[in-house]
Design a protein around this ligand. Structure first.
Ligand code: ADP
Ligand code: ZN
Ligand code: ZN
Length: 803
């Protein structure tokens, strides 16, 4: 028996399957989609079995043998094996990278396998002997005893179970806890011996005896009993109290909610859209729906119904959301409706926890996965629907190899499973809306909010006028008045600080110099804590200069705004307001994101101040005012999607206001009120924006009128980077059709990252049948020759930004 193996070596001449002989004792164990260890050169490497065959055209005497088998059950399904071939071609990556991206991180880390005995009846003596008195034995022991074959049989029959113990790469954090020793008599004895002077020790023991929970941190003890740390230490010395360590993540108890699942009579628009979707499910059609519905129109409710329909047919569903809107509120709606049938994959899970969820999917123990981009590879075997919420979000595109877009993968899988895809958004990407206009996607529109509330009133405030009138604050007079009014009415306020791009930098007011990172050619970001400047690309830090490095003026200071600065100003303007801040700094620890949102939902604060993180998913009835402090930052990105991103963001943020019974109002502060992306977000009408933006895209020859491919070349030496970028560009120009535009080479907008100079070449085309073939040839030249010189060349066939 021969297997074809894709080995885990990302290098050019190796990017193809290699044949290996399967030794007889492994013959019954190999399956397509399982991983094996094979000799490669003089090393031992991992690889995926992609095919099994009886014959090879190669000289058998030259073939090597499979050394051992890693997975007794495959980790990649037949479908995903096919998908990996498609991904390899579509994104021009190594096949091994396409296979690896489908696996949970745990399977790429080191882990240990154990076999657990469930039911010993009928098992071989030799096999049972391995266990002795224990019920767990390591995989290696079974392998060594050459009992893998019976083990596989017992696995299938359910006599034994496979368990995986992940060795965490990041060590789990531990905390120290204190509790009373077990021996109650000894405690009583000591209690009697305690003198009057040590009254506190007595109090602490008595308090501990009364508590239901046994172990406490030092802080908890000190805070709840008013004793000092010395008291705790004294009892430790007397061996009345003992201390132990615990892993922190097991300690996080989930927050308590008292909400329940709400079911609604669907609105007419909702049921029209749903009828089309279920029709496609019932007739096994792989239609792609674009569900375009204003914020609060009840799109999520439609997703829930489509998933329910899939489950009722015995099928499964994938629900993708952008990581940033994987809010507890969103996932709770799925948990409430589908209970234990849902697996949730979010970045807060440890890799071990993620792996557990993945295995539930693999075994068919859950029917629905809710997760970010990579959940599109969930190994379900019979999909009934795939959904992408907020389909326009750029996080659906992976920026590393393999550079795939979840939307394309979803559509591929829907063809395989003959099920529909639903792309939902209030502000679809221009590409998707254009496809829907041409009936490539089926457009379903929800014009009204589900509870018939009006969309919020949006007011645009010209900040230039404020400045002229002498208002130097970051709050316009109108917004400040509105905040005061809502505070008085005890309604809630969301303040949004647009931080995408470079919003807080240090600028010299005399000569205009902005302090930049010398390695990355990017403005350094100002951090108030420690008066530091930090580079967000490479991590470089330096103190804020007191004099301008160019002109030595001392009028050099922080410009732009951070959330902390706004928080201070709020405290000055509205001293009685209770503020919650949500940004990267306040959400670093596990669970903090959820906690802040819950506090706000429970009415423990009046104002929620935050960055992009709060733009989506918030659905609280008491929010009636949304203020966008600075709309312009996204507008000035060096990116052809800047206007689209700004419009999307303004619409999303505005959608947080007045979602329930109370009416909402939105203030957008800007220095460029006349820009159509800002102007049109007043009405929140998507279509007028779509038409204006399409005119611009057509004029400047951008997607969706043209396709783009981005080729980037980097090197530590600026001359080499420029030289090879030119070589690549000239080669492409000479080899692609004459109707295809090859632009460049140009220095990238971010011209240096981590000491590597960056150049790029942009390919614009409407139709280029040679593209893939030519790019493959270019990549071959790069991999065989240029790589040796330290050049890195990357190709992105669908770049989401061109910075
Ligand atoms: P979207 O996903 O389009 O932003 P949601 O599905 O979150 O909209 O719905 C917005 C609000 O309206 C939610 O509070 C939801 O519970 C409610 N809702 C949805 N559908 C209905 C309906 N048919 N009748 C009444 N309320 C609804
Ligand atoms: Zn200066
Ligand atoms: Zn840097």
């Amino acid at each position: 028996m021969i297997v074809e193996v894709i080995v885990d070596v990302s290098a050019y001449p190796i990017d193809r399957p290699f044949d290996y002989i399967v030794p007889e004792h492994l013959e019954e164990l190999v399956e397509r989609g399982s991983r094996v260890h094979v000799p490669f050169g003089n090393r031992k490497v991992q690889g995926f079995i992609t095919n099994i065959k009886q014959r090879t055209d190669l000289d058998m005497s030259k073939l090597k043998e499979v050394q051992s088998i890693i997975d007794v059950e495959p980790v990649v399904t037949e479908e995903l094996l096919q998908l990996s071939k498609w991904l390899t071609k579509k994104t021009l990556c190594y096949e091994i990278d396409a296979l690896q991206v489908m696996l949970p991180a745990a399977l790429r880390a080191s882990y240990k396998k154990n076999i657990k005995l469930i039911n010993p009846v009928g098992l071989d003596d030799a096999f049972l002997d391995l266990f002795g008195k224990k019920d767990i034995v390591s995989y290696e022991a079974i392998e060594k005893a050459d009992l893998l074959r019976p083990m596989k049989k017992y696995l299938t029959a359910g006599n034994v179970q496979l368990e995986t113990v992940i060795k965490q790469q990041a060590k789990a954090k531990t905390i120290v806890k204190y509790k009373l020793v077990e021996d109650k008599e000894y405690i009583a004895e000591q209690l009697n011996k305690i003198t009057k002077q040590a009254r506190k020790q007595k109090e602490l023991i008595e308090w501990l005896l009364l508590q239901e929970q046994s172990a406490f941190t030092m802080q908890e003890l000190v805070e709840s009993t008013n004793v000092s740390t010395a008291t705790v230490k004294a009892l430790l010395d007397k061996h009345v109290i003992q201390k132990g360590t615990k892993e922190v993540y097991r300690e996080i108890t989930s927050l308590e909610y008292n909400d329940k699942d709400q079911r609604f009579q669907l609105t007419e628009e909702q049921s029209n859209a749903l009828t089309k979707i279920t029709h496609s499910q019932d007739h096994a059609e792989n239609t792609t729906f674009l569900l375009h519905g204003v914020t609060g129109s009840g799109k999520t409710e439609i997703y829930l119904h489509a998933i329910e329909n899939a489950i009722s047919k015995g099928k499964q569903a994938i629900m993708l959301v952008p990581e940033i809107s994987l809010t507890p509120q969103m996932t709770r709606r799925f948990k409430l409706r589908f209970g234990d049938q849902v697996a949730v994959m979010h970045s807060g899970l440890s890799i071990g926890e993620k792996y557990d969820e993945w295995r539930k999917i693999w075994r068919g123990e859950v029917k629905v996965v809710v997760g970010a981009r990579s959940a599109v590879f969930a190994p379900f075997k019979d999909l009934g629907v795939i959904i992408l919420d907020e389909e326009h979000e750029s996080t659906y595109k992976q920026e590393d190899t393999p550079r795939y877009h979840a939307r394309e993968v979803a559509i591929w899988r829907s063809e395989f499973h003959q099920c529909p895809v639903i792309l939902g958004s209030a502000t679809p990407s221009l590409e998707s809306f254009a496809r829907a206009s041409k009936d490539v996607y089926s457009l379903q529109t929800l014009r009204l909010r589900a509870k018939e509330q009006a969309l919020p009133t949006v007011k645009v405030v010209d900040m230039r006028a404020e400045l002229k009138n002498g208002n130097r604050s970051m709050f316009s007079v109108d917004l400040a008045d509105a905040v005061k009014e809502k505070l008085e009415k005890k309604e809630q306020i969301v303040l949004f600080l647009n931080k995408r791009g470079f919003s807080s930098f240090v600028l010299c007011r005399d000569c205009g110099t902005v302090v930049e990172c010398k390695q990355c050619d990017i403005s350094l970001t100002y951090h108030r804590a420690g008066e530091q400047l930090k580079c967000h690309y490479c991590g470089h830090e330096e103190p804020v200069p007191t004099k301008c490095p160019e002109c030595t003026s001392d009028h050099i200071r922080f410009f732009g705004t951070g959330t902390q600065k706004v928080e201070e100003e709020i405290a000055k303007l509205f001293p009685n307001a209770r503020v919650l801040r949500m940004d990267v700094d306040t959400t670093r620890t596990k669970g903090s994101h959820e906690r802040i949102l819950k506090q706000f939902g429970d009415g423990e604060a009046d104002i929620l101040l935050g960055t992009q993180m709060i733009a989506k998913g918030l659905d609280f009835p008491n929010i009636t005012l949304v203020g966008v402090l600075n709309a312009d930052t996204t507008l000035h990105l060096a990116d052809f999607r800047a206007a689209e991103k700004t419009f999307q963001l303004m619409t999303q943020v505005s959608g947080r206001a007045g979602r329930h019974d109370k009416e909402g109002v939105v203030y957008i502060q800007t220095y460029t009120p006349e820009h159509y992306a800002i102007e049109l977000s007043k009405s929140q009408m998507y279509e007028p924006f779509y038409h204006s933006e399409m005119l611009v895209r057509k004029q400047y020859e951008y997607p969706p009128f043209y396709y783009l491919t981005l080729v980037q070349v980097t090197h530590e030496n600026v001359l080499l980077a420029a030289e090879y970028a030119k070589l690549a560009t000239d080669w492409l120009r000479g080899n692609l059709s004459s109707s295809t535009m090859v632009v460049g080479p140009t220095a990238c907008a971010i011209s240096k990252i981590q000491n590597r100079y960056r150049y790029q070449c942009l390919i614009k085309y409407k139709k280029e049948p040679l593209l893939i073939e030519k790019l493959q040839q270019l990549i071959k030249i790069y991999r065989t020759e240029w790589m040796k010189k330290g050049i890195i060349l990357t190709v992105d066939l669908d770049p989401s930004t061109i910075l």
